[in-house]
Design a protein around this ligand. Structure first.
Ligand code: UDX
Ligand code: UDX
Length: 468
């Protein structure tokens, strides 16, 4: 491999939640490197280039400040995929890999069609050797697929494929990138060329991260580590959520249990907040992927073990929704229910796999009227999410669900308020004012355990929290 140690151009295919912030942070730490983020979607690129930084396609704390600093200097957003590939010595692939919705592995396996398209495009236009970096979450051994395509359809050019999974969490992506507690690089460490490629990518991250935080492994370990990390995190949430159901039947309090077990430093206090269920683009998809791979390899027991994490998550969402119906005297038909929050967690406008849409879908099936307020999620996204579930016509969704831009308006005249996302602002609302304007008895279903239930009860609310 003769890729010069001096990297002057980086390209990233996919200007999404991962590609955008990751490249912004690389550009801000490497002023001598030209970083180009390309995407097949011209609207997305236009939004990234918008002069109004409020219109960036994703909301992420700290992102717009970095964009303001580096965009147009050494960070560029473009639809010119071919030239950007040609110029770059390192190409990150950061396109989406959704769960397959058709054919073999439908509903479980990751759909690699966009990854394959990227590999074919690179093979077609590259004129010199390059390092290809998998940033997207992918099944184990995808690097081999990329390699085979590059070697068989290219112009006899050599490529090194590295796996460099992303561990950023939305809402804290910039901090997670700038101050990553580990950076994983997997490559062909059995050859000199592979080792050089790993060292080359590592040298980029070493500009701002201490060397000891960069973990180097073989490609397969790196790919599997990403799936495993997400499976472990999701498992913790399902574990605490399973116990929350038990708390509700026994009089134990899930927050007290979480505090008690979290004080054991072998368990630790993070990721044991009971909730209405986890969402996000990764947890479900990655576990389905793990389950599919295990099944394909004849490891049924392993597949069943991990699948249970998802079953508990579905159970938790449905439990929350059913509880609303049960408490509202077994019918929500024609009743107004206010949803505070739609995003899958706070500090993001991402709604992929958000628990809110499944809870809403259940209540809409019961012909409830829902009014949603979320500080960042736009109205058209909420309707898109519902469409995805194909439960009713667009007209019916619009008839039953409204999106408000004012939380007090959303709650006005409602029978119940449900907290679906843990946005900080909900805590400090004027709950007396909300109560005064609601139908009585006024219910609060706190799916994130963020509100002070004693205060709410004093006001007169009937309060339901998870695991209490
Ligand atoms: C990321 C990861 O890359 C994915 O593996 C992970 O599991 C979820 O998070 P993310 O950045 O969140 O994906 O996805 P998304 O916001 O959908 O962005 C992907 C972008 O790639 C889109 O803007 C899409 O237009 C673009 N794309 C897709 C291409 O440019 N080319 C393609 O062929 C396909
Ligand atoms: C996750 C991983 O954390 C990250 O490392 C990976 O790169 C991508 O997937 P993300 O999905 O952005 O990140 O958010 P995360 O903070 O992990 O939350 C996932 C879901 O779990 C959210 O819906 C969140 O509300 C929920 N959650 C998290 C809980 O319900 N309880 C908890 O204690 C923690």
């Amino acid at each position: 491999m003769t890729i010069s140690k001096k990297i002057s151009n980086i390209c990233c295919i996919g200007a999404g939640y991962v590609g955008g912030p990751t490249m912004a942070v690389i550009a801000s730490n490497c002023s001598d490197i030209k970083v180009k983020v390309v995407d097949v979607n011209p609207n997305r690129i236009a939004d990234w280039n918008s002069s109004n930084l409020e219109e960036l396609p994703i909301y992420e704390p700290g992102l717009k400040e970095i964009i303001a600093k580096v965009r147009g200097k050494n960070l560029f957003f473009s639809t010119d995929i071919e030239n950007s590939i040609r110029e770059a010595q390192i190409i990150f692939i950061s396109v989406n890999t959704p769960t397959k919705t058709y054919g073999k592995g439908k509903g479980m396996a990751a759909d690699l069609k966009y990854i394959e398209l990227c590999a074919r495009k690179i093979a077609e236009v590259a004129t010199e050797e390059k390092i290809i970096v998998e940033k997207s979450t992918i099944p184990v051994r995808t690097a081999q697929t990329i390699k085979t395509i590059l070697e068989n359809t290219g112009n006899n050019i050599k490529f090194q494929i590295l796996s460099n999974p992303e561990f950023l969490a939305e809402g804290t992506a910039i901090e997670d990138l700038q101050n990553a507690n580990r950076m994983l690089i997997g490559g062909d460490n059995s050859t000199k060329e592979g080792q050089d490629a790993i060292a080359c990518l590592s040298s980029i991250y070493e500009r701002w991260l201490p060397k000891e935080r960069i973990i180097k492994t073989n490609v397969w370990s790196s790919e599997l580590s990403k799936l495993t990390a997400n499976a472990f995190l999701a498992q913790r949430v399902s574990s605490i959520n399973a116990i929350s159901a038990l708390c509700e039947k026994t009089g134990a309090d899930i927050d007290e249990v979480a505090r008690a077990i979290g004080a054991d430093n072998r368990i630790g206090s993070k990721f044991i907040n009971a909730s209405v269920g986890f969402g996000g683009s990764c947890f479900q998809k990655d576990i389905l992927n793990l389950v599919y791979i295990s099944k394909s390899l004849g490891l049924k027991e392993v597949a069943d073990y991990w699948e249970q994490v998802l079953l508990i998550n579905d159970y938790q969402k449905m439990r929350f929704a059913e509880n609303i119906v049960n408490n509202l005297f077994n019918t929500v038909s024609g009743k107004k229910i206010a949803f505070l929050g739609w995003a899958f967690k706070k500090n993001t406008n991402d709604t992929r796999e958000t628990a809110a849409m499944y809870v809403a879908n259940f209540l809409l099936d019961e012909t409830a009227f829902i009014h949603v307020y979320d500080p960042t999620v736009k109205s058209n996204q909420i309707f898109k999410d519902l469409e995805l579930l194909s439960s009713r016509t667009t007209e019916e969704n619009h008839k039953l669900l409204k999106v408000d831009t004012d939380p007090y308006q959303a709650c006005k005249e409602s029978h119940a308020v449900a907290i679906l996302t843990e946005w900080d602002e909900f805590i400090n609302y004027d709950w007396q004012k909300i109560y005064d304007n609601m139908k009585k008895p006024a219910f609060v279903f706190d799916g994130r355990n963020i509100l002070n239930s004693d205060k709410l009860k004093e006001i007169g609310f009937k309060v339901y929290q998870i695991g209490k």
